[in-house]
Design a protein around this ligand. Structure first.
Ligand SMILES: NC(=O)c1ccc[n+]([C@@H]2O[C@H](COP(=O)([O-])OP(=O)(O)OC[C@H]3O[C@@H](n4cnc5c(N)ncnc54)[C@H](O)[C@@H]3O)[C@@H](O)[C@H]2O)c1
Length: 351
């Protein structure tokens, strides 16, 4: 069994462990003496029973709480229930919460851990591809409210992340494909070798792809936890992507929306004179080949434009986009003219 350990630097450094059958690693991340509350998404609770055994064998008193583990859980009502569970288990500052599930679960449980006693330790055990390469790494936690998605949250880095690849065997294809969008993003913004592996055969290279994408995220969030600077590059494809998610009332998977957003960002980069045509075209060709959407309704532009201006990442209504100056070389396009945005969107809708 080979284990890869990827360090995430910063104020509270931690490791992301990647490998098959690596749940024994969770005990080391929890540490002793401690008690652990394992909060687990229903779909993976059977696969996670080994985790409870490992924790108990390591002398860690462990309790389990099972959630549905879907986006609907990222709500204040579920958060309140979780606080009650933390209270009934008398979770103290020396104890640890372990989140087992996709990004919905790690976001919610991470936020519960951030707020309980003003912050208790959390270990993330992501079980989706998106969770492994994105949601569980970097310390962003949060829930959705009536006003929108992820508007309430906290930066609360985990003390460890354990990516056990065996979970991916049960992941439905559409979730796997959506996760590949964030892997491709890491390739475009920082590690072009990822793109070659995706073009060759994503399933055959899944472990290397996860490790490479985690390294990209780890390097970026290690340098900038709170989105003051370099972390912004992780938003590649996300400005339009978030607007699409909003228009679709969050029925589209995040990765699907980001895929369309990356095609848009590539067109913006090319039409704005930053990016060459072959690299821009490579976006559409690769993402389509992975089974991701690369186009969206032409008539949706006014609504998408309005939604982008409302996004929490726009600055006083001024739009900012991450564009590429070349593969692995991201830059910022601040407040581009409306005609440029329209021309780029025309390419997306024509695709
Ligand atoms: N914090 C961050 O930095 C960050 C980054 C990206 C996304 N996110 C958040 O992540 C969430 C999306 O995460 P997701 O795509 O993992 O979705 P998800 O957590 O909603 O999981 C999708 C579905 O798959 C199930 N599932 C999980 N693991 C499984 C497995 N191994 N086998 C079978 N089914 C499994 C889940 O229970 C759920 O029904 C969104 O809420 C998004 O906002 C957060």
């Amino acid at each position: 069994m080979t284990i890869t350990r990827i360090p995430v630097r910063g104020e509270s450094p931690y490791e992301v462990v990647v490998g098959a059958d690596v749940l024994t690693e969770v005990a080391a991340a929890v540490g002793c003496p401690a008690r652990a509350l394992v909060v687990c998404a229903d779909r993976v609770s059977a696969a996670a029973t080994g985790l409870l055994r490992h924790l108990l064998a390591a002398g860690i008193a462990t309790e389990q709480y099972i959630l549905p583990g879907t986006e609907a859980d990222k709500a204040v009502e579920t958060l309140a229930r979780l606080w009650d569970v933390l209270a009934s288990f008398e979770v103290s500052r020396t104890d640890c919460v372990v989140a087992v599930g996709g990004g919905s679960t790690t976001d919610l449980v991470g936020f519960a851990a951030a707020t309980w006693l003003r912050g208790v330790r959390v270990v993330h055990v992501p079980t989706t591809l998106l969770g492994m390469v994105d949601a569980a790494v970097g310390g962003k936690t949060g829930i959705n409210t009536a006003a929108g998605k992820n508007l309430v949250g906290a930066f609360h880095p985990p003390v460890g992340v354990v990516c056990d690849l065996t979970f991916l065997a049960s992941l439905p294809d559409p979730d796997y494909t959506a996760g590949l969008a964030e892997v491709a993003k890491a390739g475009f913004i920082a590690d072009p070798e990822i793109l070659d592996l995706l073009e060759a055969d994503p399933r055959a290279h899944v472990r290397e792809l996860i490790e490479r994408a985690v390294r990209v995220k780890a390097e970026v969030v290690g340098a900038d936890l709170r989105e003051g600077g370099r972390r912004e590059i992780l938003n590649y494809g996300h400005t339009l992507g978030h607007a699409i998610e909003r228009l679709q009332h969050y029925r589209w998977r995040h990765g699907d929306a980001v895929a369309v957003g990356m095609v848009f960002a590539a067109a913006l980069g090319r039409l704005g004179g930053h990016l060459d045509r072959p690299t821009a075209d490579r976006h559409r060709t690769l993402l389509r080949r992975l089974g991701l959407p690369t186009s969206y309704d032409a008539r949706a532009w006014p609504a998408l434009h309005a939604a982008m201006r409302l996004d929490k990442k726009s600055r006083g209504g001024r739009l900012r986009f991450i564009v590429l100056d070349g593969l692995g070389t991201p830059g910022v396009l601040d407040d581009p003219p409306t005609e440029l945005l329209e021309s780029a969107y025309a390419e997306v809708s024509a695709g």
